[in-house]
Design a protein around this ligand. Sequence first.
Ligand SMILES: NC(=O)c1ccc[n+]([C@@H]2O[C@H](COP(=O)([O-])OP(=O)(O)OC[C@H]3O[C@@H](n4cnc5c(N)ncnc54)[C@H](O)[C@@H]3O)[C@@H](O)[C@H]2O)c1
Length: 286
Amino acid sequence: MDASAIDLSGQVALVTGGGGGIGRAIALCMADMGANIAIIENIPERCEETAARIRERGREVLTFPHNVMDSGKVAEAVAETGDRFGRLDILVNNAGGVSRRWFKDLQEKNWRRHIDLNLVSNLAATSAAIPIMVAGGRGGSIINVTSIEGSRAAPGYAVYAACKAGVNNLTRTLALELADDGIRVNAIAPDYTETPGTRGNVTGPVDESKWYKPGPSGQASIRSRIPAGRCGIDEECGMAAVFLASKMASYVTGIVMPVDGGSWASSGWVRNSAMDNWILPPETTD
Ligand SMILES: NC(=O)c1ccc[n+]([C@@H]2O[C@H](COP(=O)([O-])OP(=O)(O)OC[C@H]3O[C@@H](n4cnc5c(N)ncnc54)[C@H](O)[C@@H]3O)[C@@H](O)[C@H]2O)c1
């Protein structure tokens, strides 16, 4: 195999929510592999910090401090990226988020917000990116950051789970619709991954010194239910996204790839309290 298959030199990637967490890791990993980067990120300090890291890697970067729930601004940012770089090869629809509440306690404004953030923003960016990729004549790669919650029931996250399930099937459907244009469409589906969002750092710059750290029982719970025995690290999604964007995945389209330490495979099996066996809870002794 030619090792250059993973090289993204000269390509342009736009990452939504690229200022923190999984999106930032994807942006940095793609920059490491040679891509120039555009990010849409609504916290300005995160735009600046990520842009500085991308420049340190010798890549060019554009930042758009926009809210991805503003479809017009998303379309403008995608178009400007295509104009300024003269191409758009990779779109990563990553921005998303959730707060946990029972569906019966939500009002329409709550679930519309979830849908705008987790589904409509993806449609807006994808719709704006396709004509640029098609006009470029080089094909492209669209990568959606979905979630394990898009493939299983998720009590307390009903609307989020519905959006992510929608993203999963959008991924498969667009893979077919765009195949003749050479545009591959795939998704990565993380489980619990250490990010500012999951560590309570949801405003201001990314600051790991302020992150919530799970205590012994939190760590035991993670070890119990994630086969890898630990949370995911944002860069692990970054590396998976590089694979999907690169020639390494030239024959891969329409997949939803778990990046979850085996959670999806475990499908209800957890480690027992002694952590020496797998059980389907509740644990019994007789
Ligand atoms: N971290 C996890 O455990 C996990 C698990 C499964 C799926 N995911 C998915 O991964 C994606 C990224 O999650 P994360 O944990 O890295 O999140 P995060 O909150 O740590 O980072 C998201 C980044 O996007 C930005 N952002 C959020 N809302 C935005 C908006 N409206 N407009 C522009 N920028 C916005 C945030 O400021 C932040 O920098 C999401 O789609 C999420 O659903 C995460």
